[in-house]
Design a binder for this molecule. Sequence first.
Ligand code: 13P
Length: 255
Amino acid sequence: MKKEARKAVIAGNWKMNKTPAEAAALIEEMKPLVKDADCEVVLCVPYVDIAAAVEAAKGSNIKIGAENVHFKASGAYTGEISAEMLTASGVEYVIVGHSERRTYFGETDQTVNLRTLAALNAGLKVIVCVGKTLEQRELGYTETLLKYQTKMALTGVTAEQLKNVVIAYEPVWAIGTGVVATDDQADEGNGFVRAAVAEAYGEAAAEAITVQYGGSMNAKNAEGLLGKVNVDGGLIGGASLKAADFSVIVGAASK
Ligand code: 13P
């Protein structure tokens, strides 16, 4: 399968930003700007914004996602949200294993895997994040680590379920820093992720899977990054909070 045949996915990750009213207003602003997109358009929003976001996005091509999900179906897990709660709320996508969760909230490769499985079993589409730090890159561990994280996250995921998985390569040093990976660095990292999928599931599955780049992608650099053969979309933080910037990125993925 060629890059053109893969589904491009542009997903915003709003992180801890926007109240429900602000979320609805931003989606209303985005709707007309992205309505002709020739790619999947997803906005991953804070839990409390989900109801307002789903309502605002109704009838549009914008899909709503969550930023995390717990791996248990229910029970005494104060503060957590289950996959079924998300699907029942109109959520279609969920981000799992973002580096901020790994860094600040003790997320491990094992819990990333458990969350991925729970989300897929509930029928959600999962955006699995992998990445490495600047130190790891400088030590030359990029390929080893990306492949390891990818395979760990996907342990137990069936070939059929893999069709509902998007993988986002996000170099930690590029997140929220304004320091974007070069087009070639993004392509190389995404290529390592695709190679890991090939090793685990075979060439055809690797050619079919959507691999995003994330980390300071914006309206100016999106076209170059998205033009790379292994970059099938973007996971966008800061620039997804501005309708005009986000729609330029969606436009770049639609070419
Ligand atoms: P920025 O686009 O703000 O660098 O964030 C990237 C990111 O972490 C998306 O998940």
